[in-house]
Design a protein around this ligand. Structure first.
Ligand code: GDP
Length: 556
């Protein structure tokens, strides 16, 4: 209080105040951020003797409508058919089936978005990824995405060729297409296991489960069941009748009824544990998912959890974390942001640096050309690694992949679509967009050699939405517009973006408000805009107004 801070006994102090006080009392302190504290979780003594085999955790990914959900349902039913589970199955986010006396855990929220979102939270959950590809449809954009997401995570892949019952199904052609994207079947001398299945007629499921078991054996998945439980939140919801319902996947130790648990800024005392059939459990062991009642709130999916010695400790940890999160207003990954500017500097500090990239373009040709050229850049200091390439606007899945893998996104004539830009800001992902391929290559080369010179960088100053268009005989097309963000000025350079793709670059011609010429229009206002030498503006187009600035780059 002498320092002017009116703090009560239970209040958390600012870092500076803590340091001052520590000085005063001649005590040594160390300030640990929330992220570090979580990493510093007491690692369970890796006593070889205590390690026991645990079930593999499997995620299903693939293109929409290729049968991910159907396959998950069909696999779940193998258990019911075997007469081993009673009750009504319910979706709790994960389930287990038994195959030849060995358990397999399936995460039943399919898709690479969910998978990568978890990974971006820092959670490593999946041991094996099943890529589902429909034999009548073949490799599709999200098949490629799913494969790239699994590879970026370093998770072994198994391909389930689905819908083999259908007329027009061609499992061999599917294998050829998958080989072309880097997954050569074992039977063709490659390394990837393939299984033909039909979720509809339920054929091939045995084979699929068996193959998973074989792959799991190779992975030698083990954990210590005799420790305090820890793992990851798979799903959570607020149930009107039961309160917070949280599905936890135990990764180490054993979770028991009565345990005190903490996850992020939430804590609880485990009141009840259930499996996906609704059956009561006394405990959950490594690899086992369980629905937990007793949390004081709903922690986020992907958040780690652990059991601690008692309720008091759990509550204290949760409260401390909540307060620190608030006071640091910690953007989750703010500390881990990767930008092209600091690639070389980090290479100098930590040597052998990987530069992970996600490439998106308006046409396949330009993306391929860039990928080829990137491979030819000098890779002695920094090794460039393309995690994913694709055609079309930069989407949320691209951003999450970049967030999870510390990658930079490079776009050619494409822009973020949907919520991708906001997501990138939240996750600290750098998106660099170019209209000329060798500008991108020059910058990459320069960054990789530490030569990134001061130069002009673009800075978006406004975003305008075209709501209506009018034609005036003398003036041309007038875009009746709304300034969504920032501002727009007469003569500003501008890009016209349609469905995430840049279709025109030029300048703002005239700017009018209520039939009066205006020099500038700010966010929240409507205005009429014409573009210099361009008439093909359409309703729904977005105008990106930008300016270029000289930026000095720090080089060490
Ligand atoms: P998801 O979007 O990948 O989860 O795909 P769904 O599981 O929802 O399946 C999409 C459609 O394909 C549905 O109409 C399913 O009935 C159908 N389907 C899924 N698996 C099979 C299969 O093995 N054979 C046939 N004929 N249809 C299937």
């Amino acid at each position: 209080m002498g320092l002017g801070e009116m703090a009560t006994l239970t209040q958390t102090l600012s870092d500076e105040t803590i340091e001052l006080l520590a000085d005063e009392f001649e005590r040594k302190i160390e300030i640990v951020s929330v992220a570090e504290e979580e990493e510093a979780e007491p690692e369970v003594a890796a006593d070889e003797a205590e390690l026991a085999e645990r079930p593999p955790v499997v995620t299903i990914m693939g293109h929409v409508d290729h049968g991910k959900t159907s396959l998950l349902d069909a696999i779940r039913e193998t258990e019911v058919a075997a007469g081993e589970a009673g009750g009504i199955t319910q979706h709790i986010g994960a389930y287990q089936v038994n195959r030849d006396g060995k358990l397999i855990t399936f995460l039943d929220t399919p898709g690479h978005q969910a998978f990568t979102a978890m990974r971006a939270r820092g959670a490593k959950v999946t041991d094996i990824a099943i890529i589902v590809v429909a034999a009548d449809d073949g490799v599709k954009p999200q098949t490629q995405e799913a494969v790239d997401h699994a590879k970026a995570a370093g998770v072994p892949v198994l391909v389930a060729v689905n819908k083999v019952d259908k007329e027009g199904a061609d499992p061999t052609r599917t294998r050829t297409e998958m080989t072309n994207i880097g997954l050569q079947p074992v039977e063709w001398g490659g390394e990837t296991e393939y299984v033909d299945v039909s979720a509809k007629t339920k054929t091939g499921l045995d084979d699929l489960l068996e193959t998973i078991n074989v792959m799991a054996e190779v992975e030698e998945l083990r954990a210590n069941p005799n420790a305090d439980a820890s793992g990851v939140v798979i799903e959570s919801k607020l149930d009107p009748g039961r309160g917070p319902v949280v599905t936890l996947l135990v990764q180490r130790g054993t979770l028991k009824v009565g345990d005190a648990v903490v996850s992020g800024s939430h804590w609880g005392k485990v009141r009840a544990l259930h499996d996906h059939t609704g059956a009561k459990l006394k405990k959950a062991v490594p690899g086992q998912p369980a629905e937990v009642l007793g949390f004081d709130g709903v922690p986020e999916a992907g958040e780690p959890f652990r059991a601690v010695e008692n309720d008091r400790r759990a509550r204290q940890l949760a409260t401390e974390r909540a307060q620190r999160l608030k006071s640091e207003s910690l953007a989750r990954r703010s500390g881990r942001k990767v930008s092209l500017e600091d690639v070389f500097r980090r290479a100098q500090e930590e040597d052998a640096q990987e530069l992970n990239l996600v490439l998106k373009g308006d046409v396949a040709g330009s993306v391929e050309a860039v990928e080829d050229q990137i491979a030819k850049l000098p890779q002695s200091e920094v090794h460039a690694n393309v995690l994913h390439r694709g055609v079309g606007g930069i989407n949320e899945s691209d951003v999450m992949l970049a967030a999870a893998s510390d990658a930079i996104i490079i776009g050619f004539n494409v822009r973020p679509v949907g919520e991708a830009r906001q997501l990138a800001e939240r996750e600290g992902v750098e998106i660099r967009t170019y209209s000329v391929i060798y500008h991108a290559l020059d910058e990459l080369r320069a960054a990789m050699q530490g030569l990134l010179a001061p130069e002009e960088v673009e800075h978006q100053v406004g975003e305008v939405e075209v709501r209506q268009t009018f034609r005036a005989s003398r003036i041309g097309t007038i875009a009746g517009s709304y300034v969504r963000d920032g501002r727009v000025r007469r003569g500003d350079p501008v890009r016209l973006v349609r469905d995430g793709t840049v279709v025109h670059e030029g300048r703002i011609g005239t700017l009018r408000r209520f039939n009066e010429d205006a020099r500038e229009v700010a966010a929240g206002y409507e205005c009429g805009i014409t573009l210099e030498n361009y008439q093909d503006v359409k309703e729904g187009d977005v105008l990106e107004v930008y300016e270029t600035r000289q930026v000095e780059r720090e080089l060490s």
